[in-house]
Design a protein around this ligand. Structure first.
Ligand SMILES: NC(=O)C1=CN([C@@H]2O[C@H](COP(=O)(O)OP(=O)(O)OC[C@H]3O[C@@H](n4cnc5c(N)ncnc54)[C@H](OP(=O)(O)O)[C@@H]3O)[C@@H](O)[C@H]2O)C=CC1
Ligand SMILES: O=C1OC[C@@H](O)[C@H](O)[C@H]1O
Length: 385
């Protein structure tokens, strides 16, 4: 074989993992998946940090005993190392280049800041931090250190999200989009103990912080990112919160308008009930509707319904609906996000175009306003900016 015949090696993202909980385990299992269709990037887990070293070792043995895909395939030789503190991962002597933060909400800012200060790239789980001011501190630090920073809102990277965007804006299948209604809710309250991270005040729990970004996402894609809206911010925000015993929100509803395109979004999120499974979100346009199915964090598909008559106030005729399945293969589906981050690192990007800093700033700013309208106050000291 000549040199030119040898297959190109993928770019390998070298991860340090912070926190050995549930979502970190799904993330690492996804990093280990061998997906032959992806040849340009791969992943290695270099170090795994827990507050308890034995837990980190057990986490590795259970979720990726051979490491991530590049380690399984021999593209990267060292195996994942367990660490008994998060600092050990940030300071890891081996070549950790990006830190994945899978700890509870209230710890995201501290963990992300610590990693950025060490000059590491960062992917931090949603919500990236507790308010827009904290995010401004992190983005300024990332810019100063010239490192990559992104909030992990994995739904943005799923193939169905691209199909939805194309159907709405490229193919304009439902005409001018006028209305979005969505609900993302999961019945944690009164099922899990009040100390659980999704409920507890000290963990910045409640529906909005846990599920609100997913409830908001279809409106941002359909309306905020609508080319005719020119990225004008939402206006006329209204919100109300029904509280848990903890003072966090069990159920929150909110709405906003996009006057530039005469469109409205009404959203809700709750930890007290489960969303309507078959129809958690409807996007309504002048020529039809798109209905999302399943969980809004990972929709199982969408149905495109086109009106079969001239525009009229009362619609009675529809074309045969078109069903589009989500192309999620085995695993959880966090690999789409991880691959995109790896491509950003390969290309020396400091932000990811699909999930730029401005997107997180917008959502956290809306969260700030929704909390103010709903009277949700975090304990003193939890917010660090
Ligand atoms: N993208 C997605 O689909 C999902 C995202 N998430 C997000 O990920 C984050 C973690 O959620 P999840 O994995 O369900 O949570 P878990 O409770 O399962 O895990 C969190 C881990 O963080 C570490 N940790 C650090 N500080 C604390 C603390 N004070 N209390 C408890 N644990 C702590 C622990 O790891 P150790 O003991 O090893 O130090 C723990 O195992 C949340 O911010 C959530 O919003 C959650 C689920 C899905
Ligand atoms: O991000 C999330 O997605 C779905 C839920 O399982 C979880 O509580 C939440 O953090």
């Amino acid at each position: 074989m000549t040199i030119t015949d040898s297959p190109a090696q993928p770019f390998v993202a070298k991860w340090g993992i912070i926190g050995c909980g549930w979502i970190s385990s799904e993330f690492c299992k996804d990093l280990a998946f061998i997906r032959p269709e992806v040849t340009d990037v791969s992943h290695a887990v270099v170090a795994v940090g827990s507050r308890d070293k034995a837990k980190a070792a057990a986490f590795i043995a259970e979720n990726m005993p051979q490491g991530a895909r590049a380690q399984v395939e021999g593209v990267y030789s060292a195996k994942p190392q367990p660490c008994g503190s998060y600092d050990e991962v940030y300071d890891h002597p081996k070549d950790v280049d990006i830190i994945y933060i899978g700890t509870p909400n209230q710890s995201h800012f501290t963990a992300a800041k610590a990693a950025l200060l060490r000059g590491k790239h960062v992917l931090v789980e949603k919500p990236a931090c507790l308010n827009a001011a904290e995010w401004a501190v992190l983005t300024a630090l990332a810019e100063e250190k010239r490192v990559f920073l992104m909030e992990g809102l994995w739904t943005r990277f799923q193939p169905l999200t691209s199909k939805l965007r194309d159907a709405l804006h490229k193919d304009k299948l439902i005409g001018d989009i006028k209305f979005v209604q969505s609900d993302f809710s999961m019945a944690f309250y009164n099922s899990l103990p009040d100390t659980h991270r999704t409920i507890a005040l000290e963990a910045a729990g409640g529906a909005m912080f846990d599920l609100g970004a997913y409830a908001m996402l279809p409106a941002l894609i359909a309306l905020h990112e609508n080319p005719d809206n020119h990225m004008s911010p939402p206006e006329h925000l209204s919100a109300s919160m029904l509280k848990t015993r903890q003072g966090t929100d069990q159920s929150t509803s909110f709405s906003f308008d996009f006057p530039r395109i005469d469109a409205k979004a009404i959203m809700s999120t709750s930890i007290a009930y489960n969303s309507p499974k078959d129809q958690p979100c409807v996007i309504v346009g002048t020529k039809g509707e798109i209905v999302l199915h399943g969980h809004l964090s990972r929709p199982s598909g969408m149905t495109i319904k086109i009106i079969d008559q001239d525009p009229a106030p009362f619609i009675t005729k529809w074309k045969e609906p078109v069903k589009v399945d989500a192309d999620v293969g085995p695993g959880f589906g966090l690999y789409f996000e991880a691959d995109s981050v790896a491509r950003s690192l390969r290309d020396s990007e400091l932000q990811n175009a699909t999930m730029p800093h401005s997107e997180t700033a917008l959502v956290l700013g809306l969260f700030d306003s929704i909390r103010k309208l709903g009277g949700y106050t975090l304990p003193p000291g939890l917010e660090q900016a």
